[in-house]
Design a protein around this ligand. Sequence first.
Ligand SMILES: Nc1ncnc2c1ncn2[C@@H]1O[C@H](COP(=O)(O)OP(=O)(O)OP(=O)(O)O)[C@@H](O)[C@H]1O
Ligand SMILES: [Mg+2]
Length: 260
Amino acid sequence: MGEGKCKVENLFKDFRKHSPLKEVRFILAVGSGKGGVGKTTVSGLLALALKEEGFSIGLWDLDFYGPNSTLLFTSEKIETIPEQEGFKPALIEGIKIMSLSFFIQEKEPLFMRGLMAGKLFQELTQRVIWGPLDFLILDLPPGTGDIFLTMLDLYFIDGFILITTPHKLALSDSLRTISILKEKRIPLLGIIKNMANLFPKDGNFSEFLEKVKVPLLYELPFLQDLAEKELLAALKETEWGKRELKNLAEKVLKRVFRFH
Ligand SMILES: Nc1ncnc2c1ncn2[C@@H]1O[C@H](COP(=O)(O)OP(=O)(O)OP(=O)(O)O)[C@@H](O)[C@H]1O
Ligand SMILES: [Mg+2]
């Protein structure tokens, strides 16, 4: 799909008319209470899955302290060339990606107090030139700290996708995150249960789902191919992987269009 064209009609939302995101149709946030449960992996998969369905996709790596989204798409070091009016995202695998990793060296330490991270987020929001997008996917850092709170100030989130493993520590953190989402009235599209096949005890998870009354959006098993090849595109090489991407896109699209 070429630049300047979007598949979804009725592109402009009134409330975004004057914002830098005025040409973005849906904003989906991928988050979790706990770290390391698969947010970046799922954000990347979702971006790829929706792109394969013909949508124009942006992926924003908002993990300012550990920006690593692009590593799932390419092992090359990406650098953006600043334009006069702002920064253009990199186009990788047909997905527009923006990450702080474009601006820093790999080993460079990122010292930032919360306030600085929030300010940087705000500034980049004004300066990243996404252009028309059907979906902008936000790959959040873990928890509900500064970036999460700044996101709530800056964005209207069309849907939040919560990632968790079935481990009781991840579920406990997820409960807290769900309470915050409810309080802030952020539409929670559903929960993605990740790597469930690695955890022998699933009882915790059924109990958790019953308690929170949030739909299980998707179950993503541990992907051996991904562990070996370390690139998401590896999934497009097998029939099974292609099916997995298609299923993920279908499940998410169904929920998005039910809400909006
Ligand atoms: N379904 C999966 N199959 C195979 N490997 C996975 C899967 N989900 C996550 N992983 C692996 O687990 C590790 C953590 O995943 P990821 O970085 O996506 O988590 P995260 O929630 O984004 O972490 P952080 O909180 O640090 O941002 C990575 O090495 C990733 O490749
Ligand atoms: Mg991550």
